[in-house]
Design a protein around this ligand. Sequence first.
Ligand code: SF4
Length: 198
Amino acid sequence: MADILYTYKNQVYANITNQCNCRCTFCIRSHEDGVGDAETLWHKKDPTLEEIKAAMDAFDFTGYDELVYCGYGEPTCALDILLASAKYAKEKYGVKIRINTNGLGNLQHGRDIVPELAPVVDALSISLNAPDAEKYNAVTRPRFEGAFEAMLSFAQEAHKVIPSVRLSIVDVLPEDQIEACKKLTADLGVPLKIRKFA
Ligand code: SF4
């Protein structure tokens, strides 16, 4: 079985699904099998809730105050298992929950999932990737029409009820796009995180 929990740069991550509704041109999945101490993040079959709980029970959370859902797939594609396992980790191990997401969960499930996330999620990092729909579609190649607008709306709604919500871009974007992202996120009222390209 692939690694369910793995560590990288003093963070612990949960890799709960290989499903995704985007095909990002930069996705690490296309050129590496693992990250950090994980040998492979490709599941032969996505793990069950019981398998994820067992991986949590086998992990020593000492020194970790946050569990980050982020792996070789989009965590909200496995929403039920994401919510149940996050609740388990929070209650049993006292960790805060962060999800790194593409923000397309509402489109994936055909409903507003923010009220379901709010009781268990402390932080969301949502991939903005680009300042407009055309550039966004070119780089993320989403399965859905209207993905860019839906992602922004998800971020705004989540920002109202989840303690820390940030839209994120990487610092390799051209300067004019970074400036446009700053303006867009300021207009939306959602903080922007500019990540260093690792
Ligand atoms: S959303 Fe994430 S997992 Fe999915 S293709 Fe893009 S970078 Fe890869």
